[in-house]
Design a protein around this ligand. Sequence first.
Ligand code: ADP
Length: 518
Amino acid sequence: MKKPEMDEREKKGGVTRRQLLKGAVTAGIVASAGTMALNLTKGEADAAEKKMLPKKWDETLDTVIIGSGFAGLAAAAEASKGGAKVVIFEKMPVYGGNSVINGGEYNSWDDELHLREKLKLGDDSVDLHTKDTIKGGDFYGSPELAKILTEGATPALNWMIDDGGLKLRDILNRTGGHTAYRTHTCVEGVGRGYTEALKKIAESRGTTMRLRTKVLWIWRADTNGPVLGLEVDEDGKKKNIKIKRALILASGGFSWDIKMRQEFNPSIVPEFNCTNHKGATGEMIRYAQAIGADALQLCFIQLYPYAEPEKGTLDSPAVYPFRGPGYGIVYVDKKGKRFVNELERRDVVSRAEIATGMKPTYSIFNEKMIPKMGTKEEVEKGMARGRFVKADSIADLAQKIGVPPEALVDTINKHNLYLKDKKDPEFNKAINDVMLPMEEGPFYAIAQWPAVHHCMGGLRINKMAQVIDIWGAPIPRLFAAGEVTGGIHGSNRLGGNATPDCVVFGRIAGTNAAKEKA
Ligand code: ADP
């Protein structure tokens, strides 16, 4: 795609308007390739701040992927298959980013085991998944990209099972904002199940990975030219790396960049906990913007409503409240009262929790629900760490967590009646036959509170996962996938959609990157 021709009217004293558009930030004006690099610097006056293209390259690589999470690994697998020689750069000392520690959930309307049919959990389709995804983000997401995600989710899941040895639990959940039981869980109950499968496929196809390799800059010489390479810090040593074929950004979101998240969404105050790994700092979004990439919807930042209240951790117990709504889990405040429809989206539940004005809130469930949400062993481990609280009666449970016993007993009795009547007069929850009344113990509680979790906004991509510049044209040889991208989920991402997003768009980015001529 060609950039719009420069309009004479845009010229001003020999300097183009494009070069002046930065406002407070001044452009590092484009020079001929080989001298000054295309970049936005902090001030034209400060020559030291200007980035000059490297005079010589320390190393030449074929294809580089930045980030070793779901998106980076899926991209690596497909780019390697397409004939690219792929190296993943990962700044942290361990691979996997947020992906490896995520809740292990994957939305797909079907799978090769046909779990939904086997477990008799009703109907679903790609269309329904697409509709839920778009509605769940208040119609701000791109319908075209959302459909690519939902259509690609099932083949990608089966691919990880067949080629990567991924194993799924024999459960399927209906989670907040979804109208069907489509949330799969891997046996590990954390994202590592998927990252290991993807890593296995990528490595078997020749991908290699360099840990402790932090990307510091993207080299590009002019607004029509391709990305040329990267400046990196590898184990404390600065290097310039030339890239022959393609660069794929799979560097995740910016939930841990407190300044950046507050700049785009002032309501995400620094006091919030964060579920992410410490490397989720979003610098790659800024570096891509500095070479002309467009970004969108950066203000849409998700709170995870069920994080551990003190530190904000998303450990395996913190996923139970998320998996539970389709089986009748009940959320209560410190007064023992329900405060929201448990089948609501994450943004709605988070806001309702904050509105209770009393930290924390709790999820209440009983023994019968455990196999629908996880495993007995997991719950026992969680109890040993003080995460789950157990009691033989609701009144005892209430006492243990410091909630008025009469109120909690009343809430659970009422909820049991709602399930029988198939009507929730308090919050209008859609009740079905699969939901279990809490009539027999033992009963369990887990504390929960919102923590910053996911950035829906990020770099603009097209359906080929090419990064789009501020003029609407793809930046040659530059691709992106996963949380670093924006515009797929709209204002709120439905739980369980992040993994298929990363894997599906990672595969697309990798396949298309390999088609570039080295
Ligand atoms: P996704 O879910 O989109 O795949 P993840 O958070 O799982 O994202 O993975 C992104 C990875 O990218 C993280 O492991 C993070 O450490 C890495 N990363 C982010 N920025 C850089 C950078 N500047 N250089 C190298 N690696 C980076």
